[in-house]
Design a binder for this molecule. Structure first.
Ligand code: AHG
Ligand code: MN
Ligand code: MN
Length: 340
């Protein structure tokens, strides 16, 4: 079949045999994510018309104000997945602790766990700027048929079976990898179907965009400050272009297509960085590597970090391989604990 006409549903069926652990269970999970994505998309497209913008009045476990759509997206993904009994556990940026999913008869024989950032870039909701959803899938390590444990969620990113994101932008796209390249699907809103629009996505060889919240410059590590000066220098193919949306999904998506690097470093005020290893960095790192890019904490490969807690934060340097390597070169001039 011509790729341009292939739907996500057909792609899942066609590729089931290539998935790392070929089973109907995994295909059903991707199908459920597709369904939840459409439901969240429907809600987001109504924002502004109905009273779902703004803060919900609650604060999440990380002390951040929850937006109404944060809560709604979390509930929609959670319920869609739980109702189908296709995972044995879920961890979310918006939940204090992981959720144990029980089957009808209490025992749960499902193999997979889901981790998610249900709404990424939520500060952009009220101003009609793109937001996203990020998801990550692992096989459990605890025995099947028993309740999931924290250990199931604290696996290294290199154990991911699949990861992806949904970008709710000028169009809605679902981009994901199962470890065999990255494929992007665009929603045709008229008929509610995702079509394969971006097969085998790859970072271009040369990147020229850098994305960082430069307002925090004074608080950045020395290595990052020097890299930014390098980006702005008039030499070779520089100065680079600066683009920062403030939604990781959208910034990453643009950089993967056009060539660039996304940086959220540690800072004097956020010594561990801001982005969450399990819900944001690991899935994006997996996608980046599958698209020929790289993801680092400034010194080490993101996917090799051993998580110690669910809501752990890490510094994040992700994008074109040669750009990430350049940042590592600058960072390595200073020891990890004396980079300020
Ligand atoms: P979330 O909305 O899930 O909390 O994530 C926001 C993240 C990320 O998407 C974005 O790139 C970054 O925070 C923006 O942070 P600053 O406003 O500090 O630049
Ligand atoms: Mn986020
Ligand atoms: Mn979020």
């Amino acid at each position: 079949m011509n790729n341009n006409h292939m739907t996500l549903g057909e792609f899942i069926i066609d590729n089931q045999k290539h998935f790392k652990y070929s089973s109907g269970e995994f295909s059903r999970l991707i199908n459920a994510i597709r369904l939840a994505a459409k439901a969240v998309n429907h809600e987001i497209r109504k924002a502004g018309l109905v009273d779902i913008t703004g803060a919900s009045g609650d604060i999440n476990i990380q002390g951040e104000t929850q937006q109404k759509l944060d809560v709604l997206a979390n509930d929609l993904f959670k319920q869609t997945i739980i109702n189908r009994e296709i995972v044995c556990g879920i961890a979310s940026e918006e939940e204090d602790d992981f959720v144990i999913v029980h089957g009808k008869n209490k025992a749960n024989d499902n193999k997979y766990i889901l981790l998610m950032d249900p709404l990424d870039g939520s500060s952009n909701i009220d101003v009609n700027v793109s937001v996203g959803t990020i998801f990550s899938i692992y096989r459990r390590v605890s025995p099947e048929g028993t309740p999931v444990t924290e250990e199931d969620f604290l696996q290294k990113g290199n154990q991911q079976v699949a990861a992806g994101y949904i970008a709710y932008g000028t169009s809605t796209m679902l981009v994901f990898t199962t470890g065999k390249g990255v494929n992007g699907f665009t929603l045709n809103p008229a008929i509610g179907t995702f079509y394969l629009s971006n097969p085998n996505m790859k970072f271009p060889d040369i990147g020229k965009i850098y994305s960082i919240n430069e307002g925090n410059y004074v608080h950045f590590p020395k290595g990052v400050k020097e890299y930014l000066k390098y980006c702005q220098e008039e030499k070779e193919n520089r100065p680079y272009t600066s683009r920062y949306i403030g939604s990781l999904v959208s910034d990453f998506h643009r950089n993967m297509i056009k060539g660039g690097i996304y940086i959220y470093p540690t800072s004097a005020i956020g010594p561990k960085g801001k982005l969450r290893l399990l819900y944001e960095c690991n899935p994006m790192a997996f996608i980046a590597e599958q698209a020929g890019g790289k993801a680092s904490d400034g010194y080490k490969r993101i996917l090799d970090l051993k998580p110690t807690e669910l809501h752990q934060r890490v510094p994040f340097f992700c994008g074109n391989t040669q750009m990430v390597e350049k940042t590592e070169e600058f960072m390595s001039k200073y020891p990890e604990d004396a980079n300020y």
